[in-house]
Structures are given as structure tokens and as C-alpha cells.
Ligand binder design. Sequence first.
Ligand code: DAH
Length: 344
Amino acid sequence: MDMQEQLRRMEEEAQSELSRIADRAGLDALRLKMLGKKGELTQLLRSMGQLPAQERPQAGQMINAVRERLTAKMDELESRIRKMERQKKLEREAIDVTEPRAHTPIGTAHPISLVQDQLLKVFTGMGFDVVEGPEVELDMFNFELLNLPKNHPARDAQDTFYIEENIVLRTHTSPVQARTMLSRKPPIRIVCPGRVYRADEVDATHSPVFHQMEGLVIDEDVTMADLKGTLDAFAKALYGEGVTTRFRPSFFPFTEPSAEVDLTCMNCHGKGCRVCKGTGWIEVLGAGMVNPKVLDMCGIDSKKYSGFAFGVGLERIVMLRYGITDMRALYEGDVRFLSQFRED
Ligand code: DAH
């Protein structure tokens, strides 16, 4: 068989193989078989040395022409295969956005946050601003400007954690009152929620860290009737129309007069039960008319302005609201406990 014939068959065979190949492995194998180091065309080219010298240029041209045609076909097939592969990859990696996903548990707001948010809603609804203050506080704001000078016996009731001689973890949210009076002009109407600290032993009703919300209103002609009306509206917003407030005389250095404020027991609606120890009332607030001395110390003219203030402990409200009997449950972070407070 002469070389020309051999070349023709070789090309024909390669063409027919090409038309059957559908993947990269097949193509690679054919490329190797024809054009590899030991490939058929390569060997044919090498065997040209045996031809008479005058036939060599023509033979070389023919072999090269076949190689170019085959190479072009193979390249074309390769680009088709690449497209197919890309298409398959896209299909494989496609994301079905309609597919329901595995259940991921969603956290819940802490019961203290739930109650705090609810109180804030009630007071902002009455036109109060929300103000926050630092938890690491100067003795001056926590005590002195609230009429609790050094060595005042009332300080004993709020024994606290001292950072330095004049820096304490705040024992109540009342220092935010002093800060606000010094930085704003009346009329002032604020509530100040936040964490407070006292050197208390942990038990079912005490924790060294707890939460309060302070209220302060200062304007001309503010009276005790405004205090009573505001707290009554607050009690009703929180627990419903049947709930009212009862004021009992008390003492706080920063208010004069001062009161402990009870709400109608939300468990028995005043009839008397285990929760209110038969009294029909539950103590939740301290309140009073801002002591004129405090107004003056904080740069507000007590002859022109008067005001009222109150402080609510949030834990107590949370425990009453949800029937929690041990305060420690609020701080242990047990998901089985906390997940019960989902409010959807
Ligand atoms: N600061 C008081 C406490 O922690 C609560 C309180 C009582 C705040 C009377 C007030 C107030 O603003 O007028 O026990």
C-alpha cells in the first residue's frame, strides 16, 4: 500500500472515530493515538526518511494537511465537550430556592427583655423619652446628687461593688435622673431602663445583678396627682382596666414625700391569694416627688419647677407575669426554660 493510500485510510478512520466520541477521555485517547509521540501520523512523518528525496516535500505537505484537518476537528470537538461539561456542572450545582430547608431553631427574646419592651412601649406612648446611663457609675451620680451623702445610713441598704473609692457599679437606675437633669432643661419626661448591681446573696428572690426602670418628670406645676395618674395609667396598660395603684408612705432620700406603690394583685384581682399573701396588693414600685434639694443640686430651680420620679424592679414584674417562683431561672440561660417565652 503506498503512503498516500495509507494516509487516506488513516484520516477516514480518525474521522469516523471522531464522530463517535462524546467525552474528553475518548478525545484524549484519539489525540494520543494519532498525534502523540508514538501516534500513527507522527510515525508516518518519521518514516518519510525512507522515501526518495524528490518525493519527500509532497509527502510532507500531505501529512501536514491531514494533521491540520484532524487537529481542527479535534479542537472543535473539544470546545463542544467543554460546553457540555459546563452545562452539566451548572445543572449539578443549581440551587432549588423553593426547596424547604432544614429546621434552624430561632432564639427567643429573654422574658426580662419582653417585659422591658412592653414597659417602654407604655411610657413612650405617654410621651416619655428613653435614656440610658453607664453601669459603672461615679459615686457622685449614684449617691451624692441623689441626696445620699457619704456616710448617709441609707447607703447601707444599697451596699454595692466599688471599683475605686468614687466609682461604683450603679445600685439603681436613679443616677440617670441626675445625669439628665444636668444635661437637659425642663420639661423633662424620661424613662431609663437598665441593669443594676448590689452586693446581695443569690436566692430565689435576690440577685446581685438585676434590672430596673427609672421614670422622671420635671416641669412647672407637676404634682403628686400627676404621679398617681401616670402610674395608674401604667398599671392599667400593663394589666388591664381593673388594676389600680395604692400609695403607702415611705422614705427615699431623693424624693419628698416618698411612697411605696402597690398594684392590685393581677392574680386574684384584689381578692387576696397566695401570690399577694392575702392582701390583694403587690408592691412593685418606689416613687415620690423629686426632693427640691436634688433639683437644686442638679441645676434645676426648685422654686420654678417640681417633678416626680419612680423606680420599678423588672424581675418582680417578670416573675409575677409568668408565674416564675425562683429568680435564678432568669439568669441560668437554660434553653428549655427560655424557649417557653416565644411571643408570636
Ligand atoms: N432607686 C430606688 C431603689 O432602687 C427606687 C426608686 C424609688 C426610684 C423612688 C425612684 C424613686 O425614682 O422616686 O430602690
